[in-house]
Design a protein. Structure first.
Length: 619
């Protein structure tokens, strides 16, 4: 994506099923669990680089001794800082060694007994900051401590809740600060509330299934969360719509769960048997190591896993995601061919690094298939007149691909004014000079999605203008982003979306500004009646125009004044998206069809904020 959008977040969970000494004997290190947690977090750091945290739960600890340890850091390199801190403690006990030498060190029972990090239940989290900026106090996991071990709970997750205020009212809580109003604070306190209820029935072994069942009845949002209870129980649970991803694998030595399947595959060298946790279900691991998958909510009639996970967020080396991104590229080929009059000569195809690359390969595969069909047809039609020269000319036809755009490492400017910062951001991208030297050329450039379009206009298209080409076609492998997200992706302001701004511009051009006033009145009346959740009124704005009209207007709006070439911007259709990603039908940011009523409320609130000139988030 040419512009970053922020995403919440990623988790890693490991439950060691044997004594720590077992891992020393079998795997050569007592740090087996910690190292695997480190690797799982590093493999998912694409999901969050604003902070990280871990919590370690020790089992069978004598009463009064520490059993739940948490470390959190905000900012870049948070993962490294966490495990450096663990190494420092270890070095204090083994002054002549470093953590990398653990295969040859004789670990003392004293260290394993006394270290807060020598635990069997390990939880890790990676965060993108949407609340509280990069303050460490907002980093997961959150913990509710208590002198009674079973009343302690740690919780982290990849989620957004859109009914936080309702949850706080249910708990009888009010808060004047953003920390208290955070959705994780609301979630952990609701879970803890029902945990205390279950502890009244059984003080040592609460019914975690019942805790989660009652809690999830209260939550409106998308979530995949992981938690630890002080008595040794732990769990992973997922919302009934399956919006946020969760995978797990059970081995005789451990149970592991993570936000991305490929992280488990890579870190544990597992190719099969990794299970996707079903929507509305929980993986529950008891203190004694037995585990089960339990239904805690009735799965929605139409499961809607987030399609943006497949388009952009999740790592593309997962086999299924790779195939889906290839297909996304293939599916947009007909629209590309139409724009180049079905003639691939004098056309150079490329992509915007780095996430548009796989869809680009798919587009090239589709173009090559089309070219082969053309060659085959020409051979059939002209076989009586073909000679060696004409045959060779046909066989030498190729789709021309070049790496035209390069993405450099982000830098910091010592000048603090906005203009200097903008200039530096625009220098993140550069072009390969000399590969396109024909003013009759057309460049087709693949991007995976277009949100605001700012980087396209201010940087990429201006860079391409240096090449003096005839036409520039920007291709988005995702449909037009028209509506806010509220389930874990930080896209909450309507005015940020170039598709929304294009629709507003078209309304103004056609003297239909009254549509905005009507939509605003519907939203404000619904707000007064407390029915904002019942209907998405923002949809009305788009019904007056075709997708092609909005795409054309986006092309006009993103065209730099100095651009000499023709500019066309193409988008994937929602039908093409669903065909490529048939198991991930979550498309509310494209269609406005939210899987929960809270999504409608967020969309309508976002429109009210836009109309009133407020920059507040919609939730």
């Amino acid at each position: 994506m040419s512009e970053n959008i922020k995403h919440e977040c990623g988790f890693a969970y490991i439950r060691l099923l044997k004594p720590l000494s077992y891992y020393k004997d079998k795997y050569g290190t007592v740090f087996y669990g910690l190292k695997k947690l480190h690797f799982l977090m590093e493999k998912q750091k694409n999901r969050g680089q604003d902070g990280a945290g871990i919590s370690i739960l020790k089992l069978n600890v004598p009463y009064g001794e520490s059993f739940l340890k948490r470390i959190r850091f905000s900012g870049n390199h948070a993962i490294g800082k966490i495990f450096q801190q663990i190494e420092k403690e270890w070095v204090l006990h083994h002054k002549d060694a470093q953590i990398k030498d653990t295969h040859s060190v004789d670990f003392s029972d004293e260290w394993m007994d006394n270290s807060d990090f020598a635990g069997e239940v390990l939880l890790g989290h990676l965060r993108y900051a949407t609340q509280g900026l990069n303050n460490v106090k907002y980093c997961h996991p959150f913990i509710i401590p208590d002198v009674h071990p079973s009343k302690n709970i740690a919780l982290a997750g990849n989620f957004n809740l859109v009914n936080t205020e309702e949850l706080l009212r249910f708990l009888g809580m009010t808060s004047q600060n953003s920390m208290g109003k955070s959705d994780l604070n609301a979630m952990i306190r609701v879970v803890h509330h029902f945990l205390l209820e279950e502890l009244e029935k059984d003080a040592s072994s609460p019914n975690i299934k019942e805790v989660l069942r009652k809690a999830c009845e209260k939550f409106d949002g998308g979530y995949a969360c992981v938690g630890q209870v002080g008595n040794g129980d732990s769990f992973v649970f997922r919302d009934k719509n399956g919006i946020r991803p969760a995978y797990f694998y059970a081995h005789e030595d451990f149970i592991v769960a993570a936000s991305e399947r490929i992280a488990i595959t890579t870190c544990f060298d597992i190719k099969d048997d990794i299970t996707e946790l079903a929507p509305g279900h929980a993986l529950i691991v008891k203190a004694n190591g037995t585990f089960s998958v339990e239904r805690i909510a009735s799965p929605a009639e139409n499961i809607t896993p987030c399609s943006f996970e497949r388009i952009y967020f999740s790592r593309g080396n997962d086999a299924d995601i790779y195939k889906e991104r290839i297909q996304l590229g293939k599916n947009i080929v007909p629209a590309v061919l139409k724009q180049i009059d079905y003639n691939t000569e004098d056309v150079v195809f490329s992509f915007i690094p780095n996430t548009g690359e796989t869809a680009f390969y798919g587009m090239i595969k589709g173009l090559e298939e089309n070219l082969n069909q053309q060659i085959h047809q020409q051979i059939l039609e002209n076989k009586a007149h073909l000679n060696s020269e004409s045959i060779e000319a046909l066989l030498n036809k190729r789709i021309c691909t070049e790496k035209i755009i390069h993405k450099d490492i982000k830098a910091r400017t010592f000048i603090t004014d906005d203009l200097s910062r903008d200039e530096l951001v625009n220098l993140v991208y550069d072009t390969t000079h000399g590969v396109v030297d024909n003013t009759e050329k057309t460049i087709v450039l693949m991007d995976d999605s277009i949100v605001r379009g700012t980087t396209l206009k201010n940087s990429i298209i201006r860079i391409l203008n240096r090449l003096n080409v005839k036409k520039i076609i920007i291709v988005s492998s995702a449909p037009q982003i028209r509506y806010p997200d509220c389930y874990g992706i930080d896209m909450s302001r309507l005015g940020d979306f170039i598709a929304f701004r294009a629709a507003i511009s078209l309304l103004n051009e056609k003297n239909k500004e009254f549509i905005l006033e009507e939509t605003y009145q519907k939203c404000t009346v619904a707000r007064e009646r407390n029915t904002l959740h019942e209907q998405n009124f923002v949809k009305e704005i788009y019904t007056h125009f075709t997708d092609e009209e909005i795409s054309h207007k986006i092309s006009e709006m993103l065209r730099p004044q100095e651009l000499s070439a023709e500019l066309i911007i193409l988008f994937q259709t929602t039908q093409g998206l669903h065909q490529a990603c048939p198991q991930h039908k979550g498309d509310w940011y494209f269609t406005g069809n939210y899987p929960t009523s809270g999504g409608n409320r967020v969309a309508n609130t976002a429109f009210i904020n836009y109309y009133e000139g407020k920059s507040n988030r919609g939730y």
